[in-house]
Design a protein around this ligand. Structure first.
Ligand code: NAD
Length: 353
């Protein structure tokens, strides 16, 4: 089996669902259920014996040790993190704790466990660290996209905490030989995305006829990848990636934030027309985020060349699937907005967690 951390979050949740839809290998899912953890995302596998949910913190070394000893996973896929840049600006402490200390604790626990393995099991073990393109800093309009060799220049507390975690992972490979792989991915979008991030926020506000906030001039550029493609890339790197290597993952989809909001509005207008007119009328420019990176772009040629991964979705097909998912799942969104999703841990798992 594999151990996933942060599997009740946006990407981890999609990863667990896709994993169990595609293979029988069980997943132990360790998640602290912060505001970003939502067991409703995992409703489809709530009573699936291949999914073992554990309500716990990656900073709890004894808990992690006990899980590793009990379940003896062949790999750890580490998603758990504080992930929202705006929250990191208001309160960086949790980012330092989970992203840096938590990763350090997990690495130490993984190293101790890995040292108990022998032969093929020891050789095959992987610690897969899921990271972000934000560690590389900001690009000018005509700069080449980030390769794996781009210097680290993180600008937000979030990016700095992820950069620090990447350095720890690298050091555990070089110093102790722990077989790690790191992936640095661009902005994800898709189902089960917490509606404080740009695309779900735009969908939810546009459906409610509320203002669609866009930072600054709206011309910050991000590379966007459908979450299912990210999950497929992680599975690929987990199976075939070389220990000690990092792989950039991206969608070859550079878009300005304004483009994104216009595209989402257009899909909504098409799928659910608004009698009051095009939803782009709701766009409202707001004061820019401090230290807002201008442009990220990912050069994903290495993972394509070495491991044969390429995104399956185009931006148009991925956005259409995403908008359709939000239209079909108003209950998931409503429970996030009302806070009712936080009751799920008791309702679904009770004392067993
Ligand atoms: N969202 C993106 O666009 C994106 C892009 C590239 C990389 N990433 C990385 O992918 C990973 C997952 O991102 P996401 O968007 O799904 O994040 P998310 O915020 O939606 O989910 C994070 C999950 O981690 C859990 N968690 C937080 N602190 C924990 C702790 N101390 N112990 C155990 N669990 C804890 C939360 O409860 C939540 O379920 C992160 O490491 C992030 O840096 C995200």
């Amino acid at each position: 089996m594999i151990l996933v951390t942060g599997g009740a979050g946006f990407i981890g949740g999609n990863f667990v669902l896709d994993w169990l839809a595609g293979r029988d290998e069980p997943v132990v899912n360790l998640d602290a259920l912060t505001y970003a953890g939502n067991l409703e995302t995992l409703a489809r596998v709530a009573s699936d014996p291949r999914h073992v949910f554990v309500h716990g913190d990656i900073c709890d070394r004894a808990r992690v040790d006990q899980l590793l000893a009990t379940h003896r996973p062949r790999a750890i896929v580490h998603f758990a993190a504080e992930s929202h840049v705006d929250r990191s600006i208001h309160g960086p402490g949790e980012f330092i704790r989970t992203n840096i200390e938590g990763t350090g604790i997990l690495l130490e626990a993984a190293r101790a466990y890995w040292n108990t393995l022998q032969g093929v099991a020891k050789e095959a073990f992987r610690f897969h660290h899921v990271s972000t393109d934000e560690v590389y800093g900001s690009l000018a309009a005509d700069d080449a996209p980030f390769t794996e060799d781009h210097p680290y220049q993180p600008n937000s507390p979030y990016a700095a905490s992820k950069a620090a975690s990447d350095h720890l992972v690298r050091a555990w490979f070089h110093t102790y030989g722990l077989p790690v792989v790191t992936t640095n991915c661009s902005n994800n979008y898709g189902p089960f995305h917490f509606p404080e991030k740009l695309i779900p926020l735009t969908i939810v506000n546009a459906l409610a006829g509320r203002a669609l906030p866009v930072y600054g001039d709206g011309l910050n550029v991000r590379d966007w990848l459908y979450v299912g493609d990210h999950c497929a890339a992680i599975r690929t790197v987990l199976e075939r990636g070389r220990p000690g290597e990092t792989y950039n993952i991206g969608g070859w989809n550079e878009k300005t934030n304004l483009d994104i909001v216009h595209t989402v509005c257009a899909r909504l207008d098409e799928l659910r027309p608004d009698a009051n007119g095009p939803r782009s009328r709701l766009i409202s420019f707001v004061a820019d985020r401090p230290g807002h990176d201008r442009r990220y772009a990912i050069d994903a040629r290495k993972i394509g060349r070495e491991l044969g991964w390429r995104p399956a979705e185009t931006f148009d097909s991925g956005i259409r699937r995403t908008v359709e998912w939000y239209l079909a799942n108003p209950g998931w969104v409503a429970n996030v907005q009302s806070g009712a999703y936080r009751d799920w841990v008791n309702k679904q798992y009770g004392a067993s967690t």
